[in-house]
Design a binder for this molecule. Structure first.
Ligand SMILES: NC(=O)c1ccc[n+]([C@@H]2O[C@H](COP(=O)([O-])OP(=O)(O)OC[C@H]3O[C@@H](n4cnc5c(N)ncnc54)[C@H](O)[C@@H]3O)[C@@H](O)[C@H]2O)c1
Length: 388
């Protein structure tokens, strides 16, 4: 049902909890044409003093210490899942059964069967669902999509992506949840490559086959003594096993004949959040680097020979996707704003009674590629992406 206000309940109050709160607070302020306004009804965390503090800091009206209590509340329309990956499925399935719409962080699930169950549950319940592949909501990436759809790149030959971070090179960095398979599902694969895979599926087309290599450079790390959330933590004296990949490289074949590479690592010194891609087609090329978020590079083969070269488009004009909500031309925006854009997309879809994108179907599609990459690394062979 279309309505003017959407009552939101957010589960998880750390890194993504804060980013999602930023999105809900700022979307109606910066985008006054938003079709439904989020109401920050309740935030959930298991540590009462910490969740109370988050409630006050981020501007939520109330808190719960058990997500089941949130889902049971009649005054919640939308459940937002910003927890570690191991509880996405149980929360999403319970929320769907209670008739709530759902916004869920990526990767959608721990594996393909879980993602499949989640999609089945939301479809059976007839609720709306969205997965937060927020890099689609970067203005420069949305412009790249428009240029591809408008035929400016032509027939695509190549996808080339790297997602490079460097926060666990130190062997003393402790065993946070992102390094434990039972909570994270996988390492750089589900955390970083999942974003690249979603962009590749969206911008180029469906991935059909992969040949890959996964590795774990540091196999034991100090067990966690203290965590401060997000990517920072301190270790104790005991060591524990790292049970996820540290780095992955995958060759990809797309259904439309394009080929590609996907690399993701947390061991690329000097790269804090180097999410980059390049696409080459018969009419031209585009490339993007999230650390230069307001720019899109474009090479047009049809430019006169004498003037050919890469141009850098400053994606800050009001005519560019999402930019009309922000500042005058040249007054750049940042990473946090992608969460505002996702909230605008989600609220508009809910108000129009339409399914938002990317949704659980896109999340499941990414999961099938993640699974094929793991399978190929094990078998040493090309593996088909089994579409669900
Ligand atoms: N879209 C992006 O750019 C992006 C970036 C970082 C993380 N993520 C994703 O967001 C999710 C959360 O990551 P994060 O970096 O915020 O982690 P985090 O460790 O900073 O926060 C996780 C939160 O989940 C809570 N939580 C865990 N289990 C819970 C439970 N059973 N009930 C209630 N709360 C529970 C924790 O208490 C904490 O508040 C993950 O799925 C991750 O992959 C997405």
């Amino acid at each position: 049902m279309a309505k003017d206000l959407i009552n939101v309940g957010l589960i998880g109050y750390k890194f993504m909890g804060k980013a999602h709160s930023f999105g809900f607070v700022n979307a109606p302020m910066m985008f006054p044409d938003i079709k439904a306004k989020p109401v920050l009804k309740a935030i959930v965390g298991r540590d009462e003093p910490a969740v109370r503090e988050a409630m006050e800091q981020y501007g939520w009206q109330s808190f719960e210490t058990d997500y089941k209590k949130l889902i049971a509340r009649d005054d919640i329309d939308l459940v937002d899942i910003a927890t570690g990956n191991n509880v996405h499925a149980e929360i999403a399935i319970a929320a769907a059964e209670a008739g709530k719409d759902i916004f869920c962080e990526k990767p959608l699930a721990m594996n393909v069967p879980e993602a499949r169950q989640m999609l089945d549950a939301v479809e059976k319940a007839g609720v709306k669902h969205m997965v937060n592949f927020n890099y689609r909501a970067v203005p420069a990436v949305a412009l790249a999509k428009k240029m591809i759809d408008d035929g400016m790149i032509g027939r695509i030959f190549h996808w080339r992506s790297v997602y490079l971070q460097d926060w666990i090179i130190d062997p003393d960095f402790p065993l946070v949840w992102r390094l434990q398979k039972d909570i994270a599902g996988s390492g750089s694969l589900g955390d970083l490559a999942a974003h690249s895979i979603d962009l590749a599926n969206w911008l180029v087309g469906d991935i059909d086959e992969v040949s890959s290599n996964l590795t774990t450079f540091i196999k034991k790390r100090p067990k966690l003594a203290e965590t401060t959330g997000g990517l920072s933590a301190k270790g104790g004296a005991d060591l524990g096993d790292v049970t996820v990949d540290d780095a992955i490289i995958a060759l990809t074949k797309f259904k439309n004949g394009a080929i590609g590479t996907i690399e993701a690592t947390r061991f690329a010194a000097g790269n804090r959040n180097g999410n980059r891609f390049e696409i080459n087609g018969d009419k031209g090329s585009i490339r993007f680097n999230v650390e230069r978020l307001n720019e899109l590079e474009y090479f047009n083969r049809e430019d006169p020979d004498a003037y050919q070269g890469w141009r850098t488009i400053s994606v800050t004009e009001g005519i560019h996707p999402y930019v009309q909500g922000w500042w005058p031309a040249g007054h750049i925006i940042g990473w946090g704003e992608t969460f505002v854009h996702q909230v605008v997309n989600l609220m508009n879809a809910l108000a129009d009674n339409e399914m938002p994108t990317p949704n659980f179907r896109d999340g499941l599609k990414v999961q099938t590629v993640l699974e094929a990459i793991e399978k190929s690394a094990e078998s040493g062979r090309w593996e088909k992406v089994v579409s669900e």
